[in-house]
Ligand binder design. Structure first.
Ligand SMILES: Nc1nc2c(ncn2[C@@H]2O[C@H](COP(=O)(O)OP(=O)(O)OP(=O)(O)O)[C@@H](O)[C@H]2O)c(=O)[nH]1
Length: 330
């Protein structure tokens, strides 16, 4: 059965929007149950009250100044944001639209309101979510920046470690006073050369010389240790400049040096050592001239490191014994 017009009055009262009819004096002529429920006031209370009293004091200005003005001008107003008073509770934000309607030659106004609390809270949630996303982005950027700085710190530490390792390696292999390779390095190179000779089994030559400064003690005693040091440094430079690129000069003791000459026969090494001794003899030493004694030997089949070095040592001993400033060969 189709509802009769009278039935719609009940529907109007319980519509999902607040409905109010306002007369020409701005007084409430009708209000539906929905709006009276929202405001927690009986419908009868609202009758004949100024429609502006539906709203909070702040919203009243908007209602009178904007909404009522538009209705008077255009006969309608749409979606004005107002706030309903709620008895004993927080005010209720609403979107209010209005239509002017003529009834029995009177210009009435129908106000229709929809609550927007949900929209407001959604907007607030959206703003908060945006702020949280912004915060998370800033945190992420800060973490990335920190990671970058940690990585560059690690890289520079790795570089430092590398150069430290290289320096330590160099220090472990060289003599602090002269910068020449030390005894440990000399021994390890000699050992490798002997291994290579043993593996190759072919004709091979390797010569070794021990070189010791003659009467060095009086230099120290007479001119001081610092002068003695300088003499040793100059001698080291002289050795490096006199030897061929593949030869190795090492400082293996106080004033004792060892020379390693790969691929050098006894005859070749003998010429080289005579030349070296002479170069040292004629060098313009300051403050006092020095000479050296040299013991030379060369690799023989069956030689070990010990036998080779013992022969060089014996040669040096005989150079000293024969009067110094000479090369003894074995
Ligand atoms: N200035 C200085 N002197 C050193 C260093 N190492 C060793 N000596 C000195 O070298 C001298 C070696 O003296 P000796 O072993 O008696 O030999 P020598 O006086 O050279 O005499 P011969 O070797 O027999 O010709 C000592 O006075 C040591 O103090 C050093 O690093 N610097």
């Amino acid at each position: 059965m189709r509802p009769r017009a009278a039935d719609f009055a009940r529907w109007w009262h319980h519509a999902p929007s607040g409905q109010v009819i306002v007369d020409e004096q701005g007084l409430i002529l009708q209000a539906n149950q929905t709006i009276s429920d929202w405001m927690a006031l009986p419908v009868s209370y609202l009758y004949n009250r100024p429609a502006s009293e539906l709203f909070t004091p702040e919203a009243r200005m908007l209602y009178l100044g904007l909404l009522a003005y538009r209705v008077a001008e255009d006969g309608a107003a749409d979606e004005v944001h107002l706030t309903l008073r709620v008895e004993g509770d927080a005010p209720l934000p609403v979107l209010c639209s209005a239509r002017q309607m003529t009834h029995q030659s009177a210009d009435l106004v129908l106000l229709s309101m929809l609550p927007i609390a949900r929209k407001d809270s959604l907007e607030r949630e959206l703003i908060q979510a945006r702020q949280e996303a912004q915060l998370a982005l800033e945190e992420k950027n800060a973490v990335i920046a920190e990671l970058k700085s940690v990585r560059s710190a690690l890289e520079s530490q790795r570089e430092e470690l590398k150069s430290l390792t290289m320096r330590l390696g160099h220090e472990a292999r060289s003599d602090a006073l002269t910068g020449l390779p030390n005894r440990r390095h000399f021994d390890s190179v000699l050992q490798q050369l002997l291994l290579t000779l043993a593996v190759n089994r072919g004709p091979a030559s390797l010569s070794v010389a021990l070189l010791d400064v003659d009467h060095f003690k009086p230099v120290n005693d007479q001119y001081g240790h610092a002068v003695g040091d300088r003499v040793l440094q100059q001698l080291a430079q002289l050795l490096s400049s006199q030897l061929r690129g593949r030869d190795l000069a090492a400082r293996i003791g106080g004033e004792e040096f060892a020379l390693l000459m790969p691929d050098t026969s006894h005859a070749e090494a003998s010429v080289a050592m005579d030349r070296l001794r002479r170069a040292i003899e004629i060098y313009p030493w300051q403050p006092v001239p020095i000479t050296v004694s040299i013991g030379l030997t060369s690799f023989r089949a069956g030689d070990t490191q010990d036998s080779l070095m013992a022969r060089a040592d014996a040669a040096l001993y005989s150079a000293k014994h024969q009067g110094r400033n000479r090369v003894a060969k074995r």
